[in-house]
Design a protein around this ligand. Sequence first.
Ligand code: MG
Length: 227
Amino acid sequence: MNTVTLDFNGKKVELKATKIIAVARNYRAHADEMGQSVSENPNIFLKPPSAMISNNGVVILPKMSNRVDYEVELAVVIKNRCCKVSPHEALKNILGYTIIVDITARDIQAKAIKTGLPWTVAKGFDTFAPIGPKIVPARDIDISNLDIWLKINGEFRQHSNTRNMIFPVKELISYISKIMTLEPLDVIATGTPEGVGPIQHGDSIEAGIEGIGTLMFKAEQETVEGA
Ligand code: MG
């Protein structure tokens, strides 16, 4: 497992998340491109913290998959242990915001959706959660209207705005906290906008959110089968 460090108020912080809770289909245009409907409650799944890599890291494209996709997302970093919080109370439990790319083995996910199996394999490979480069303190940013984008080799592939989220951050925290206790430094990946697509060996990826910065990583094909 990698040690993942992010800048927070000028200091390096190790992001020891106990879990990453990711939200599926939180932008209507992305749900449409996946041919999926939007549900009444947020649709959530877990990514293992062992998938995280820091800014300027390398995403390894696993041999088990023939199609690995990028998904840029606004990430919420939790400050306080909390459970069963109301939307009104939710925001005070946030340390700050950063950028995460929810890397997905799309072919494995498609098979899982068809057969009713969980997404754990598709979403859980090592290096499948680049995150950073810094946590912007919650009090310093209004996340209701921020440009969010992703470029591969300098070309835009995703470009939207956080105002297009279906479930806002306070409702996500409230809903998730009714199911599982949120711990300090847990991460919520709030869903990706439209424009998802594959990454290839040798690609340079830049993911940006207005007011937070740019997260960079490269992609490399796995060469040696894991033990
Ligand atoms: Mg996602």
